[in-house]
Design a protein around this ligand. Structure first.
Ligand code: ADP
Length: 216
């Protein structure tokens, strides 16, 4: 379903973040990408979300080269995948409900259906009672759940998460790991990065280890 074909990413300044990466991920897989800081983990996810484009090679999804998508097509592509990325912060001046509504506000759902989807997403991550809460009123773990609710509100087939358990203590991190596993069990293809190998070892049948932009 997802194929990285000889993908190289060099950032301006010449740093090679990924080096001729070849990798296939099947529909319905849950894959954990691990490796040291700077190994290229975020870059791999960002190329799939087309937040960056490869310097060389292709990123194919269902046979289509998403790395060649026109700029105008990118919002549609990003809406079709769920993204939990470091630079996509919650809006702290809006309620939990409104944060999750955000990705739907640019699509064409009738208001009532959109509201139902938001409630379903909040319920899915265990935040049903917190619709009106502002993000500051939520714990770190709950804020991360809210970020995940926002990522799944469009019911994506692919879910990408960059270090989703970073900065959480063990119990919260386990909850979040459990949540990703439950999405995967429901058929969603899940790709996530982590430093915490032990945490995901129980859930992820497949691990990719990156070092200096290459698979180990
Ligand atoms: P990881 O997620 O494993 O920590 P990254 O994919 O973030 O690794 O980064 C891989 C390498 O690419 C690092 O050396 C990093 O400094 C570099 N890099 C990442 N993003 C940029 C950027 N926007 N501009 C220049 N270099 C970058």
């Amino acid at each position: 379903m997802i194929r990285f074909a000889q993908v190289t990413k060099r950032y301006p300044g010449g740093h090679t973040a990924l080096d001729r990466l070849d990798c296939d991920i099947a529909r319905g897989e849950m894959v954990v990408v691990s490796g040291h800081s700077g190994a290229g983990k975020s870059t791999l996810l960002r190329l799939l979300a087309v937040l960056e484009r490869p310097t060389e090679g292709k990123v194919l999804v269902g046979g289509e080269d998403v790395s060649a998508l026109k700029r105008a097509a990118l919002p549609y592509w990003r809406r079709s995948i769920g993204l939990v990325m470091q630079d996509q912060r919650l809006l702290f001046d809006r309620s939990a409900f409104d944060n999750v509504m955000l990705p739907l506000s640019i699509s064409s759902h009738p208001p009532r259906e959109a509201a139902n989807r938001v409630r379903a997403a909040l319920e899915r991550v265990g935040l049903s009672g917190r619709e009106k809460s502002m993000p500051v009123e939520l714990s770190g773990g709950e804020q991360q759940r809210l970020t995940i609710a926002r990522a799944i509100v469009n019911r994506p087939q692919i879910l990408l998460a960059d270090e989703p358990t970073a900065h959480l203590d063990d119990a919260y991190a386990r909850d979040i790991a459990e949540l990703f596993r439950s999405f995967n069990e429901a058929g969603v293809t899940v790709l996530l990065t982590t430093h915490d190998d032990a945490l995901f070892a129980r859930y992820a049948p497949r691990k990719l280890v990156l070092a200096q932009g290459r698979l180990q």
